[in-house]
Design a protein. Sequence first.
Length: 245
Amino acid sequence: MKPIISALLSLLIVSYIQADAQSIPEGYVSLFNGKDFTGWKVPAGDNGHWKILNGVIDYDAQSEAKDGKDLWTEKSYKDFELLVEWRITSTPYKNPGVPIVLPSGLHKKDENGKPITIVVPDSDSGLYLRGSSKSQVNIWCWPIGSGEVYGYRMDDKMPPEVRRGVTPTTNADKDIGEWNQFKITMKGDRLTVELNGITVISNAQLPGIPESGPIALQHHGAKRNGEWVSPPSLVQFRNIMIREL
């Protein structure tokens, strides 16, 4: 019986490996093996807050690292297509200052010229492209939706077409706790973001973005006296794959 059981186990292992290999689209390579942080730089002094949980990257927004809490790839990338699945696990923080973002990328104002804000249960993360926090593709709970490039949209030195271009055309996020998928295409200084099969950013220009650099999964949030004082990165990531162009 033992040889039969051993043969069956071998067959199951081979089948699993083949199925896993088939899940990677042609031309792409995996950036996360589901087991450890091979290919990633865990922040020094993190103390286990970036971790692997049931085959996904799980973060509790409480890294103890002193010099940067984001999770970076070891390798740098120039032009690429990046696939990544992500989900927000919970939203314990109520963000009191979320603006109403117009299609122009500007904020809707009241009769006194002040931005109108609303309260939103919020979590906040994203992906830094080419080593730059300014070129961050956002993950959060704002009504404008995930996928925007906050650093460029909020830069009043940028031309109106740039700020408009990095503003999502629709909110394509799924409900909190559900898995979403980004397809991020970076070519030259142009960015396209598809979220759950819907193009939310189309060929937006990111003036001054570095020609090459690593990719990061973003930390956000802080606690004071045991309470969150800003939106935490309570997120998970899986199926991270890249195709260099």
